[in-house]
Design a protein around this ligand. Sequence first.
Ligand code: FES
Ligand code: FES
Length: 163
Amino acid sequence: MIGLVDVRVNGVRIRRHVPGHFTLLRFLRESEGLTGTKCGCEIGECGACTVIMDGVAVNSCLVLTAEIDGSEIWTVEGLSHGFDLHPIQEAFLEYDAVHCGFCTPGLVMAAVALLNETPDPSEDEIKNFIAGNLCRCTGYLPIIKAIAEAAYRLRDVPRPLLA
Ligand code: FES
Ligand code: FES
């Protein structure tokens, strides 16, 4: 069955007919070509597919398109403005938190969601928040440092994390 989806993705309104069995992950990647959101396990275990839906980090592989109508969704493509990277992306690069990069979009979006609700997170809060985002390469320490540094920088920047 085909259903009509009416959403905003990265600030742009999209009205699209999509198969009813499509997950948000498949909608983003296959219908909208937003392949920055990665497909790992498709069972909610790896976090590679993390996007922000109505301000909350979600595993897009677990969300059906029937659930997204009227939502505001942000993916990693919506963070940078051309070559002007988001402060969280910059911190990931500076702290060598990107190795193969497969986990990176999901972790960056998780970090955005965390800093939106907790601008000054403790190390334990960072660890807990990204516990559902698996990384096989970095050992996590550079990622935790990058998020802490981004939090420090963003506390002095009076602007929304998503715009
Ligand atoms: S692909 Fe969604 S959690 Fe792994
Ligand atoms: S950088 Fe390779 S999985 Fe995280």
